[in-house]
Write a protein that binds this ligand. Structure first.
Ligand SMILES: Nc1ncnc2c1ncn2[C@@H]1O[C@H](COP(=O)(O)OP(=O)(O)OP(=O)(O)O)[C@@H](O)[C@H]1O
Length: 246
């Protein structure tokens, strides 16, 4: 992100953001409700035009790109939403195959094979004929991740993947995220508030703040917990209220 300002109308929610996401990194984005985490994700993926600044993917601007270039860059980015956003009338396999059906001319047998391989990668091989209504919360998240990878994305943006999951299911999902990174070298940008998950998966975390409209902390979770000067950051990472001065 190069001096990114993003918001609605002419009002910035976040401004002057400068940071990099390295290939193969797992970056977590944190911050109180309404500080602009989802808005930032939309900016990073070219779904929302910034007010100023730029987003470069391997040096190419997704902001200034012509429509064909933007579409190509966006194929490298997979996005999952909190709800999973699966189509209720399609089976798990059909959901994962959907981007291939819509955006490629690959034959049906190959599309089915790719969708099956993706389902195996997220440990949902057994669930291909199930309908979304029959899935658990964790399975919905996994199916969403498989679908996000369908067009070859190797940068995955996950918006609160563990929201609404019990701790064991959430820990299993973290394991899958780490596994995808280890086996396929994927890059992840993850919005999450779950401390357990942050310490398990994040190489670095960025904490956003609504009032200052920017990044108030950036570093490894352990560094932010142990060395941040900012009481809001320490409070979050230590998960206890700051003691008032004597
Ligand atoms: N379409 C929109 N039009 C105008 N303002 C919006 C729109 N979407 C979000 N906002 C505002 O932008 C700010 C940031 O919202 P955003 O959803 O990005 O925050 P968030 O950090 O993801 O919140 P949460 O953790 O609750 O999901 C909020 O004040 C919100 O009211």
């Amino acid at each position: 992100m190069r001096g990114l300002a993003i918001g609605y109308g002419s009002q910035p929610i976040l401004e002057d953001l400068w940071f990099d996401v390295e290939r193969g990194e797992i970056l977590v984005i944190l911050g109180e409700s309404g500080c602009g985490k989802s808005t930032l994700m939309k900016g990073m993926t070219g779904l929302q035009r910034p007010l100023s600044g730029d987003v470069l993917i391997d040096g190419e601007s997704i902001v200034m790109a012509d429509p064909a270039t933007k579409a190509r860059l966006q194929r490298g980015l997979g996005i999952t939403y909190q709800s999973g956003a699966l189509f209720g009338s399609l089976s798990v396999l059909e959901n994962v195959r959907f981007p291939l059906d819509e955006f490629t001319r690959i034959g049906l047998r190959q599309r089915n094979l790719i969708a099956r391989m993706l389902l195996h990668l997220v440990e949902l091989g057994h669930a291909e004929t199930m309908m979304p209504a029959e899935l658990s919360g964790g399975m919905i998240k996994r199916a969403g991740i498989a679908r996000a990878m369908a067009l070859g994305a190797d940068i995955l943006m996950l918006d609160e993947p563990s929201a609404g999951l019990d701790p064991i299911t959430a820990a299993n999902l973290d394991r899958t995220i780490l596994d995808l990174r280890r086996r396929l070298g994927f890059t992840f940008v993850v919005v999450t508030h779950e401390l357990q998950s942050i310490f398990t998966i994040a190489d670095r975390a960025i904490m956003l703040d609504a009032e200052s409209r920017g990044i108030i902390a950036m570093g490894s979770p352990a560094d932010l917990r142990d060395r941040s000067q900012d009481p809001r950051v320490r409070q979050f990472f230590n998960h206890r209220p700051d003691t008032p001065p004597a």
